[in-house]
Ligand binder design. Structure first.
Ligand code: COA
Length: 199
């Protein structure tokens, strides 16, 4: 019998706070893997999630198995997000005020292929429309195709994203810093943008 769909809930503000430890755990577990290789820690996760809970237009879509969060996806008006993102858009003559910026989608491996990823996009696009925003976007880490750390069975998400209506914009990128496992300091990582414009 196919597994039932996961329950998705779009949460904002203080409703997110009790879920912080679980959401931090999800981000750390999923982003530890290729292609992100992010060595996260509880303190910086708390800071990251607080920005969503405090943002006026921000929302997180949580995937629940029963009462347990097993995945999440975030979004917020680009006007409220990282300055690096806004300046990348301004450099290309794009107005950040038109965009809803999608922060991440993370889902524990054993729950993938059941429609939650598609649901994350649908719920965040609905949130963007409700905010009156005209376009949506997200960015994804750009890795060297020959990187020896890439697992042999890794399937890129490009086809999944194209099917959701997103187009890569190699001319639009920004740099975020994070620490990779085994490193003693953060290093710069390049992220390329994907846009759905108009939404
Ligand atoms: C991105 C991510 C959340 C997608 O999650 P997912 O739940 O596996 O995605 P879905 O199940 O919704 O979609 C996968 C495919 O299964 C299909 N599908 C949808 N419902 C389904 C169901 N009930 N049963 C089986 N397949 C289904 C989808 O249509 C999709 O195929 P398509 O692209 O050909 O339409 C997940 O892969 C992930 O966490 N990856 C690691 C983190 C990451 O890299 N995130 C992106 C950058 S932040």
């Amino acid at each position: 019998m196919p597994a039932p769909p996961l329950r998705l809930e779009t949460l904002t503000g203080a409703a997110l706070r009790p879920l912080f430890p679980a959401l931090a755990g999800l981000r750390i577990a999923v982003f530890a893997e290729w292609p992100y290789l992010y060595a996260g820690d509880a303190a910086s996760e708390e800071e990251y999630l607080t920005a969503y809970a405090q943002g006026d237009g921000a929302a997180a879509v949580i995937a629940f198995d029963g009462e347990t969060p097993v995945g999440m996806a975030t979004c917020q008006p680009m006007a409220e997000t990282h300055a690096e993102v806004r300046s990348a858009f301004l450099k290309r003559g794009l107005d950040p005020a038109r965009f809803c910026y999608f922060g991440e989608s993370v889902l524990l491996r054993e729950y993938r292929g059941r429609g939650a990823g598609v649901g994350f996009f649908a719920a965040r696009e609905a949130h963007a429309r409700a905010l009156g925003l005209a376009a949506t976007c997200f960015c994804a880490v750009v890795r060297n195709a020959n990187d020896p750390r890439k697992p042999k069975d890794y399937v890129p998400l490009d086809a999944f994203w194209r099917k959701r209506g997103y187009t890569p914009r190699p001319d639009l990128s920004c740099v975020f810093r994070w620490r990779e496992p085994g490193d003693d300091r953060e290093t710069p990582h390049s992220l390329g943008f994907w846009l759905k414009d108009p939404l």
